[in-house]
Write a protein that binds this ligand. Structure first.
Ligand SMILES: Nc1ncnc2c1ncn2[C@@H]1O[C@H](COP(=O)(O)OP(=O)(O)OP(=O)(O)O)[C@@H](O)[C@H]1O
Ligand SMILES: [Mg+2]
Length: 510
């Protein structure tokens, strides 16, 4: 659920619950007010009746037949009420109503005592003999036998029941008509309006948030490479971010404004650090490249001198021991020259400004050339090499492409024992050219496969036969970089002990 929706929903629920609470409180207060006024009126009425007719118990005993009529005449102008004469135990002795009560019917005396006690009550609810399943507001007064001596004990009670339904119906209807319905409609209208307003406010508040998350997503997707210096702090709208200056939400002083400013500053710091890193990385690559260039010549010259000596001492038995030392020196010098060359090549290929000299070429022909270059070495090692492909055209940088295939051939020859075979092939599949170098050599363990193209990674299990061709784990990293520069991908599949297939996929020429 979006923040926008959450804020709008929260405001709606708050408004709605408040409205329900207000209505419930008003209804409760109204009901209580009604009970209190009814009780107050009933208590006053009883007070007057008892004051006027001091000896009601005596009257009832003297005129039991006429007494009910007398009670009825008392409540003639109180149509909502019923008057009862109670004995001390709650038994109904006489009543104003006509509905007969069950024999020996008794009213609950607790409320009667509460209502007739000295303690003033806001209101008292008690039994309604006419309908015992509902409580009603009641009032009660004690009756004494002596009208003159007030201190004598009570001998009975005058009990007044005010029927709630009758009392409240008309005023409740009036209350509902004049207050509840209009108020409910008004409250619902206010809640709807405030929800709409909340949605609008939430949208405007969260818009900068959406812009900021879009900007962060852009940086996550594209990296910092395309940021321009100073762009993030100049106040320009950048990557869709709101400005850092005054015309953004909350003048940049509210929480979103501060977050926005912080994001601008963070992007700028990151961009500066990224630029510094790139500069340092450039210096490092340039240094490696220069060093490689400077070392290559003396190493090549040393190797040439050692080769000359090797030729000179080839048939000379006097130098039989020296020949072994010479072979070690020559091997190490060649390995060092190869390493220096690989480091220099990688540094060059990593330069962001490196440009391919791509041209449309017959890939099959290039594979033939490379296989020819390695033919002599393959024959020496007893390995069969076949290059077999139709003419397939792709846009490639010839020098780099040959370098990549040469690295793969070098690996295949290094990790194949005598009697194995290597096959170079190219085929077109859809809009891609697949160039595969397949060997039946040592193979590569599954655990090594994911790291094979990492720089300086050498598989632990694959052991090169002692060819003297040492390596440093840079060959496949160079292959990967070259293929990526051509807009392609590289994949490897291998079974330990059975052989390896390296698959270069390049875009085919249109
Ligand atoms: N055809 C292959 N058969 C078996 N193992 C291979 C093969 N090609 C590569 N490997 C394994 O992958 C590792 C990395 O190869 P990579 O060409 O990157 O380095 P290297 O040949 O050891 O050294 P460099 O190429 O820098 O002289 C090798 O050390 C080897 O363990
Ligand atoms: Mg290699």
């Amino acid at each position: 659920m979006s923040v926008r929706l959450k804020i709008a929903l929260t405001i709606f629920l708050t408004g709605f619950l408040t409205a329900v609470g207000v209505v419930a409180t008003v209804l409760y207060a109204f009901e209580r007010f009604e009970r209190e006024t009814t009780y107050y009126r009933a208590a006053g009425f009883l007070e007057r009746v008892v004051a006027e007719h001091g000896d009601m118990l005596g009257m009832q005993e003297r005129f039991p037949q006429e007494f009910s009529g007398f009670l009825r005449s008392l409540v003639l102008f109180e149509p909502d009420s019923q008057l009862y004469l109670l004995a001390m135990d709650g038994r109904v002795i006489a009543m104003s109503g006509d509905t007969p009560l069950p024999a020996d019917f008794r009213v609950n005396m607790g409320p009667v005592k509460e209502a007739s006690g000295a303690q003033p009550m806001p209101y008292v609810m008690g039994d309604d003999p006419q309908s015992m399943d509902a409580n009603a507001v009641i009032a009660a007064r004690p009756l004494r036998r002596s009208a003159i001596l007030k201190q004598t004990d009570a001998a009975g009670y005058l009990y007044l029941v005010c029927h709630k339904s009758v009392i409240n119906q008309s005023s409740l209807a009036a209350f509902q008509g004049s207050f509840v319905k209009p108020t409910l409609v008004l409250i619902l209208a206010v809640v709807a309006l405030s929800t709409l307003l909340a949605a609008w406010v939430a949208t405007s508040i969260t818009r900068p948030l959406a812009q900021m998350s879009a900007a962060v997503a852009h940086v996550t997707r594209e990296g910092l490479g395309d940021l321009q210096t100073g762009q993030a702090i100049s106040g320009d709208v950048y990557l869709g971010l709101p400005k850092t200056a005054s015309d953004q939400v909350g003048n940049g002083t509210d929480e979103f404004g501060r977050l926005n400013n912080a994001l601008h500053s963070m992007l700028d710091t990151l961009r500066q650090q990224w630029a510094t890193l790139r500069r340092l990385d450039h210096f490092r690559r340039e240094g490696v490249s220069n060093l490689s260039h400077d070392l290559r010549s003396p190493l090549t010259a040393t190797a040439a001198c050692l080769e000359t000596l090797e030729n000179r001492w080839a048939q000379d038995d006097a130098h039989a021991d020296d020949r072994q030392l010479l072979a070690v020196a020559l091997r190490n010098t060649r390995n060092a020259a190869r390493l220096v060359q690989s480091l220099g090549d990688l540094a060059q290929l990593d330069e962001p400004t490196f440009q391919l000299k791509a041209e449309l070429m017959d890939v099959g022909e290039l594979l033939d050339d490379v296989s020819l270059r390695f033919r002599e070495r393959a024959i020496r090692q007893g390995i069969a090499v076949t290059a077999d492909s139709d003419s397939i055209w792709a846009k490639v940088d010839v020098e780099l492409f040959e370098r990549a295939i040469a690295n793969l051939m070098d690996n295949a020859l290094k990790f194949c024992a005598s009697g194995s075979s290597i096959q170079l092939a190219a085929r077109k599949q859809g809009d891609q050219v697949h160039i595969t170098v397949t060997d039946t050599g040592a193979g590569i363990a599954a655990a090594d496969l994911p790291h094979l193209f990492d720089r300086l990674y050498q598989a632990r299990q694959s052991v090169a036969p002692a060819t003297g061709e040492g390596g440093k784990g840079l060959g496949l990293a160079i292959v990967k970089r070259i293929v990526e520069l051509h807009g392609g991908q590289v994949a490897v599949s291998s079974v330990l002990g059975q052989g390896t297939v390296i698959d270069l996929r390049l875009p085919a020429a249109v």
